[in-house]
Each structure stands twice: as C-alpha cells, then as structure tokens.
Design a protein around this ligand. Structure first.
Ligand SMILES: Nc1ncnc2c1ncn2[C@@H]1O[C@H](COP(=O)(O)OP(=O)(O)OP(=O)(O)O)[C@@H](O)[C@H]1O
Ligand SMILES: [Mg+2]
Length: 470
C-alpha cells in the first residue's frame, strides 16, 4: 500500500503507453532515424498537459531502444551552467549520468538526454537558460528530448528550438481510456471498484491519468470495495481544481482586485485557502524579494486568522482574505510565466485521515444544516468555522451537539483537531452516548435548561423525531 501506484504502473515500454498513438508512432520513427544515424531533427519536444505520459513515453522509448538515459530537470538548475555542460558533453558524444557517473558511448550505444520541465527555465533568460537549451539542441551528438507543458512560451524565445525540433503533441487521455487503465489497476490490486465509481474517477481526472491513478489509490486505501458513495464522499479533486485555478489568478495575473474576487468565490474555509497559498507561493515566486513580500502578506493573513480564533473578531476573516488574494498578487514585481506545478498542501495531506477531511466537513455540514434548517453548503461556509470554535471551547455545547447531531468519533476528532483515538474524543463520545442511552427525552430537557446559552442556538429538529418515537 505504501508504494505509489503511479510509479508502480509506469509503462516499461512504448506499447504500454496508452492514448496518443500518433505521438508514440512519431517518437518511434524519430528514434529509428537516430539508430540509422541520420535524424532529420536531433531533438524532439513532447508537449502536453500534466499526467498524459510525456515523461513515461521518453523513458519507455529509451527502454525499447536500449538507450541509456540522462535525465535532468530544468527547473532544478539554479543556472544554465549544468545544461551548458551537458550540451558540451553531448556534443562530444560523451555523457555523464546525473549522479556524475561516466557513461561511455562504446558500441555506438546512444544516450537519450531528457530535459524535463524545459519550459520552466524560460523565465530566466537573463541567466542564459534558453540559449543553453538551444545550444544543446544545435550541437548534440545524442538524441535529446525536451518535455514542456507550455511550448508557446519557450518556442517564441528561440528559432533554433522552434525550427530545429520535432514537435510531438500529447493530448488529454480520453475518459474511456482512463477508465480502462483504472479498471486494470484495481483488478491487479484486488480492489472491487463499481462501474459508477470508475466513471466518476475517470470524469474527474479531466484527461490527467496520473491524478486519476492517485485518486484511485487514495480512495482504495484500506478497502476491498469502492462504489460511487466512496468516490463522491472524497471529492478532493474538486477543491484541487478550484484552488488550482485561483492560484493562477493570484500568482500569475497582475490584477490584485480580480485575484481577491476570485479567491472569495472559492468555497473553502479561510484556513484552507491560506494553506494552499502558503504551500504554493514558493513554487510561483522565484524572485527572492517577490517571495519575501508575498510571504509577508501570508503571515499577516495568518495573524488575522489567529485573532479570529482567539477573540472571535469575525470581521478579520475579510482582512485575511484581502491579504491572501490582493496582497499576495500585488506583492510581485516580476512577471510570472510558464506552467507551475501546484501542490495539495502538505499539512492537509498529513491531517487527512481514512475518510479525508473534506468528506468529514461535508458530513458534519449536512448534519448541521439539517439541525438549523439551512443547506449544507451554507452551513459549511457560514456556520461551520464558528461552530467548530464553540465546539472546542464549550464543553456543554460540545456534549449537546455530539448527542443531538449524533456525531461519530471521526467527526468529533475533526472538530477538535485531534486524533480519532485520543482520550478527549473517546470521552466526549462516550458521555454523549450515556446521555442518549440512559434516559431519552426528559433528561434532555433538563440538560438543556442547565446548559443555558450554550445549547441555545440549535432548536434541534431531531427533538421532534424523538417526541414521536416516544
Ligand atoms: N499515456 C499513459 N500511459 C500509461 N500510463 C500513463 C500515461 N500517462 C500517465 N500515466 C501514468 O501517470 C504517471 C505519470 O505520467 P507521466 O509522468 O508520464 O506524465 P507527464 O505527461 O510527464 O506529466 P507532467 O507533465 O506532469 O510531467 C505514470 O507513471 C503512469 O502511471
Ligand atoms: Mg513528466
């Protein structure tokens, strides 16, 4: 289970690369022309959105043709020197592995130079990144593959790159294809996945096979069966999608007002928004001063959030939102180009338990909505944050709510920011159960009058049900 399925099921040869048959054929022909010693273009560029098999195809090609591989990630290079050095070695026909190991070119065995995220160097023309890649393409004696998400940005900076390369497009993987890959993996892992669940996973992936496989793995954790409910409950790809597009509004666009408005539209708690921006800001703002100013805005936002928590100054939510949207967007002086690989916040990842916080939030909001006669969505957006605070602070309120909403241990743990098996969670659930089991309606009234203001807000509908069942 600990193994990453996207790596486990990475294609080992081109025949395992699904979708994009023309791209695979073009690559095979190109490799063949190298084998015959007369390539028309010395470099190929693999262009396409994430998770469509570009890196996999490059590695599979090398495996099929028994070529060695020198893999470099352009975004890791602090300057162009490393690429220049590789260009030089490539030009001499000799290469080193990325760990510095010497690879001889005996028997005319070719070495494939793979430069991943080549477009991520495009923002640093000042350091000669693009010319270094162009030089590599011009002078290489070994096959070169560049991998890019945003070819336009890179190609317009260099005619050598534009004209001297074979361009191979990778399109999004079609839904039925994603579905059949997922079905195969599930079968191999011994997880029974319903057709409906496969459909939802495939649809949600939006042509990104990597994310589809990841979702399948996350959702299958600890299960042998997975149906639509199991998939619908998670829905984290959904937030990932919305936070994802807002990220571009904040980091790339130059309109702070629009960034603030876009962030406000996202249906997430201010804390979650902050985590997303904090996690991804360093990937977006590479200029040190921009990053410094951006982080300063984030930390001010965090200040306001903690004042909300400490003193219930809810007005400060708006300030934190302004700082995160407007403030971070306005913090940059440099333009931000190219594709940024946004990440799901580590913190949320660590915090998410078997069911996933998102699912728990949804379930609690639904119960809260039923109790207070509002939609689950409104409950989550407007009530849940303050409900959570009250729940943490006021013990009588907590007990009353666990009882009336019939909250489960996982939900209580979520509300208390605590582990499911912690003593605090166990205790409150046990006490609430005692209250429910021991005596039904009458003692409940008693506890209500005793608890005073704490249990005032909810005039729970479940009461009625209990009265009837009396
Ligand atoms: N066309 C494909 N055929 C088979 N598996 C694929 C394909 N595309 C993606 N995958 C699966 O997704 C994983 C990631 O794919 P890969 O690294 O090739 O994507 P990529 O196009 O390079 O994405 P990125 O642009 O994010 O680097 C693979 O390890 C494999 O499990
Ligand atoms: Mg890749």
């Amino acid at each position: 289970m600990s193994e990453d399925w996207t790596e486990l099921y990475r294609p080992s040869g081109l025949n395992e690369v699904v979708g994009n048959p023309k791209a695979v054929q073009d690559l095979t022909n190109w490799a063949q022309s190298w084998e015959e010693g007369k390539p028309a273009k010395k470099a190929a560029v693999l262009i396409g959105t994430p998770g469509t098999g570009k890196t996999s195809a490059a590695l599979a090609l090398a495996a099929d043709f028994h070529w060695d591989v020198v893999e470099m990630n352009a975004s890791d290079q602090r300057n162009a020197d490393a690429i220049k050095a590789i260009a030089l070695r490539g030009a001499m026909g000799e290469t080193f592995s990325d760990t510095g190991e010497y690879l001889s070119s005996k028997d005319g065995k070719l070495k494939l130079i793979v430069l991943d995220e080549a477009d991520n160097i495009s923002g640093r023309e000042d350091r000669g990144g693009v010319p270094a890649i162009a030089e590599l393409v011009r002078s290489t004696k070994q096959p070169v593959i560049l991998i890019v998400n945003d070819w336009y940005a890179l190609s317009k900076k260099s005619s050598v790159l534009k004209n001297g390369t074979l361009q191979v497009k990778f399109s999004k993987i079609k839904t039925p294809t994603v579905r059949s890959v997922l079905r195969r993996i599930a079968a191999d892992q011994g997880v029974k996945v319903s057709d409906g669940a496969l459909e939802v996973l495939a649809e949600n992936s939006n042509g990104d096979l990597r994310s589809a496989i990841r979702d399948l793995q996350a959702l299958s954790a600890g299960r042998t069966e997975l149906d639509e409910d199991g998939v619908g409950a998670m829905g984290f790809r959904e937030i990932e999608q919305t936070m994802y597009s807002v990220m571009d509004d904040i980091f790339k666009r130059k309109d702070p007002g629009a960034a603030r408005a876009a962030l406000r539209e996202v249906d997430e708690t201010p804390d979650t928004k902050l985590l997303w921006i904090e996690e991804n800001l360093p990937h977006a703002y590479r200029d040190h001063l921009d990053l410094y100013r951006g982080m300063k805005a984030v930390s001010r936002a965090d200040d306001f959030l903690s004042r909300v928590h400490r003193r219930q100054h809810y007005r400060f939510w708006a300030y934190s939102g302004d700082l995160l949207g407007f403030g971070v967007c306005a913090a940059k002086r440099k333009e931000i180009h190219g594709y940024i690989r946004y990440q799901f916040p580590m913190y949320l990842m660590r915090m998410s338990r078997s069911k996933g916080n998102r699912a728990l939030q949804g379930e609690i909001s639904a119960k809260l909505g039923a109790l207070t006669h509002m939609s689950a969505r409104t409950a989550r957006q407007d009530v849940l944050p303050s409900f959570k605070l009250l729940f943490q602070r006021d013990e009588r309120f907590r007990l009353a709510m666990v009882k009336d909403m019939e909250l489960e241990e996982e939900e209580v743990a979520f509300l208390l920011n605590d582990k499911v098996d912690s003593p605090a969670v166990k205790r409150v659930v046990a006490e609430a159960r005692k209250m429910t089991d021991g005596h039904e309606a009458p003692p409940k009234k008693e506890s209500e009058s005793r608890s005073g203001p704490a249990s005032e807000p909810p005039k729970p509908a479940p009461n009625q049900a209990r009265l009837f069942s009396f």
